[in-house]
Design a protein around this ligand. Structure first.
Ligand code: C2E
Ligand code: CA
Ligand code: CA
Ligand code: CA
Length: 279
């Protein structure tokens, strides 16, 4: 038993070492990712359910460190947050996404609204509104063609400061969406305090929407209430035809998910836009 105990301990500490090393490697790599051109954006189309047209895209970050495998955002966004690297990385994301939106517009493709994720740290960064204004001016992106996504928890924490920041962005004409709606603690009535344009219903509610009566009822109620407050509703993580049909019946406005398309490189989405609709 003693030997086993020691063995376990050793295993545990080695694993800890590996994790610490991993973190340090990630952190130092991430520090240079922007300048080395290792970051890329993929774009996942957002479909208007009533028409089947692609009306928007969400920009999703990917990291390709030289000589290594692709790193997905869940593996590095937290580290980027904790180190503050999310601030320059986030600005790069915004600039790249806005420039892409303008490139598609100038190419005569159907106008897409570009959705960009903002992390908590970015949202609280002083001068965020000035940074957004500068990027819009530099790229020529119209404010209402940009939608910034923030999570409920960002609003709940220091709500008064959050309201001021959101109002500034809203006054500029930027669209604002609540990401992962339903996973936090906020209620729709609480959201009335903020100048929000859209709600994104989290994937966890969408997955059982057509098979679980409760999930279906919750989604229906959220959509109806959101509409009564003038909000657009986006369903995330739509993977099946059943989910699609169900959401359409509930008058959900937009949807995104693997049923329509994975997140795509810009050129691939461009081909879909040229050829016609996703579904
Ligand atoms: P999110 O904002 O909730 O983004 C949606 C995630 O769901 C994406 O994962 C997307 O690829 C995935 N997804 C889309 N459709 C489906 C589907 O039908 N089924 C399933 N199972 N998944 C689907 P991804 O790209 O790995 O991003 C993960 C998270 O990382 C994002 O969650 C977001 O919180 C964060 N993130 C990604 N890009 C950025 C960024 O540029 N800035 C910041 N701050 N966070 C980002
Ligand atoms: Ca998002
Ligand atoms: Ca989400
Ligand atoms: Ca998420």
């Amino acid at each position: 038993a003693k030997a086993l105990g020691r063995g376990n301990y050793q295993f545990y500490s080695e694993e800890m070492n590996a994790r610490t090393l991993d973190r340090l490697t990630l952190e130092s790599g991430l520090r240079h990712a922007v300048e080395r051109g290792e970051l890329q954006l993929k774009y996942q189309p957002q479909i208007e359910l009533a028409s089947g047209h692609i009306v928007g895209a969400e920009a999703l970050l990917r990291w390709y460190p030289a000589g290594q495998d692709l790193v997905m955002p869940d593996a590095f966004i937290t580290i980027a947050e904790e180190t503050g690297l999310i601030v320059p990385i986030g600005e790069w994301v915004l600039r790249t996404a806005c420039a892409q939106q303008v490139a598609w517009r100038r190419a005569g493709l159907p106008a897409l609204r570009m959705a960009v994720n903002l992390s908590a740290r970015q949202f609280r960064q002083p001068g965020l509104d000035a940074m957004v204004a500068r990027v819009l001016a530099d790229t020529g992106c119209h404010a209402d063609a940009l939608e910034l996504e923030i999570t409920e928890s960002v609003l709940m924490d220091r709500a008064d400061a959050a309201a001021v920041t959101l109002q500034r962005l809203s006054d500029m004409g930027v669209q604002l969406a609540i990401d992962d709606f339903g996973t936090g603690y906020s209620s729709l009535s609480y959201l009335k305090r903020f100048p929000i344009n859209a709600l994104k219903i989290d994937r966890s509610f969408v997955s059982d929407i057509s098979s679980d009566a409760d999930d279906g009822a919750i989604a229906g109620a959220v959509i109806a209430l959101a509409h009564s407050m003038g909000l657009t509703v986006v369903a995330e993580g739509v993977e099946t035809r059943q989910q699609h049909d169900f959401l359409r019946q509930l008058n959900c406005d937009l949807a995104q998910g693997f049923y329509f398309s994975q997140p795509l490189p810009a050129a691939a989405l461009e081909h879909i836009l040229i050829d016609g609709e996703a579904k």
